[in-house]
Design a protein around this ligand. Structure first.
Ligand code: AMP
Length: 187
C-alpha cells in the first residue's frame, strides 16, 4: 500500500505523520502547502499567485494546485508510490487527480482520514503559530481554514468512502500512537 492520500483538517497532524510514513516506506511526500510556501519564499510566480489566498486562509484556485500535482506526479520517483499531503481539497481536485492517475496507469491504495475535534485543532494550530511562526496560523485565518475545510474538503470523505478507499484514523493521541495506528492500517 504505497499510493496514499492523507486527509484531515488543518492541525490534524497530516504533515507530521506524512513525513514519518514517507521516510519509513521510502516514498516521496507531496505537500501542496509546502510547495506553495517554498514558491513564496523563492519569489516564484506561483508563489505570487497563491500568497493572497493562503494569507487569508482561503483555498488557492483549483487550476493552480492541479497544475502543481500534474507536474509532480508524472515524475519517475512517483511510479512506485507517493503520499499526497493536503491534496485534493475539493471535489474538482479529486476528479482531476482520478483522471491524471488513469492516464499514468496508477491506482490509489488508500485514503487515510485523520480526525480530530475542532476545539483541539484550534488549540494545536495556535500552539504551532507560536513555534513555527507561519503567517497563516492566526486565530482569524485558522477559523476560515476550518470553515473552508468543512465546506469544501469534507465532501471528499464520502467521495473516497464510495470508492472503498477510505480508512479512518483517530488523530487524538501522541505522535507515536498515531503513527502506530497508521502502520497497522497500511499493513
Ligand atoms: P497546508 O500546509 O496543507 O495547511 O496548506 C496551507 C495553505 O496552502 C492552505 O490554507 C491553502 O491556502 C493552500 N493550499 C494547500 N493545498 C491546497 C489545495 N490542495 N487546494 C487549495 N489550496 C491549497
Amino acid at each position: 500500500m504505497k499510493k496514499l492520500i492523507f486527509m484531515g483538517p488543518p492541525g490534524a497532524g497530516k504533515g507530521t505523520q506524512a513525513k514519518i510514513i514517507c521516510e519509513n516506506y521510502k516514498i516521496p511526500q507531496i505537500s501542496t502547502g509546502e510547495i506553495l510556501r517554498a514558491a513564496i519564499q523563492s519569489g516564484k510566480e506561483l508563489g505570487l499567485k497563491a500568497k493572497k489566498y493562503m494569507d487569508a486562509g482561503d483555498l488557492v484556485p483549483d487550476e493552480v494546485v492541479i497544475g502543481i500535482i500534474r507536474e509532480r506526479i508524472g515524475e519517475s520517483d512517483c511510479k512506485n508510490g507517493f503520499l499526497l499531503d493536503g491534496f485534493p481539497r475539493t471535489i474538482e481536485q479529486a476528479e482531476a487527480l482520478d483522471q491524471m492517475l488513469e492516464e499514468l496507469n496508477l491506482k490509489l491504495d488508500a485514503v487515510l482520514n485523520l480526525s480530530v475535534p475542532d476545539n483541539e485543532l484550534l488549540r494545536r494550530l495556535l500552539e504551532r503559530a507560536k513555534i513555527e511562526g507561519r503567517s497563516d496560523d492566526n486565530e482569524e485565518t485558522i477559523k476560515n481554514r476550518l470553515t473552508n475545510y468543512n465546506q469544501k474538503t469534507l465532501p471528499l470523505i464520502e467521495y473516497y468512502r464510495k470508492k472503498g478507499l477510505l480508512r479512518e484514523i483517530n488523530g487524538l493521541g501522541s505522535v507515536e500512537q498515531i503513527t502506530a495506528l497508521i502502520k497497522e492500517v497500511l499493513k
